[in-house]
Ligand binder design. Sequence first.
Ligand SMILES: [Zn+2]
Length: 114
Amino acid sequence: MHELSLLLALAEQVQAEAQRHGAIRVLAVELRIGSLAGVDADALAFAFPLAMAGTAAADARLHITWLPAIARCRRCGHRFGVAGGVGPCPRCHRHGADLLQGRDLHLHSLTLDP
Ligand SMILES: [Zn+2]
């Protein structure tokens, strides 16, 4: 499962952060995920406790903020929302836009105890 491998990498990051702050427990983990990251919310929710087992975040709550995918046209600089894949620019109708946001998954914040 793709989500489990993502979360196992995340678990190491969470554990390192908790240790760096001397926290015994992580109460909540907030992730920011792009809408084109190819991550399934249900699979993530299922895999989260498995990935976090044995870490300071074993009982943490998972919060996910979904970020919309945004592309910028290379020709006219217009920024537009993207669903599914990057299509032609809605302003100049040319193909060739760069995805600015939408494929990343990153750890945004941790709620630590104490
Ligand atoms: Zn354009």
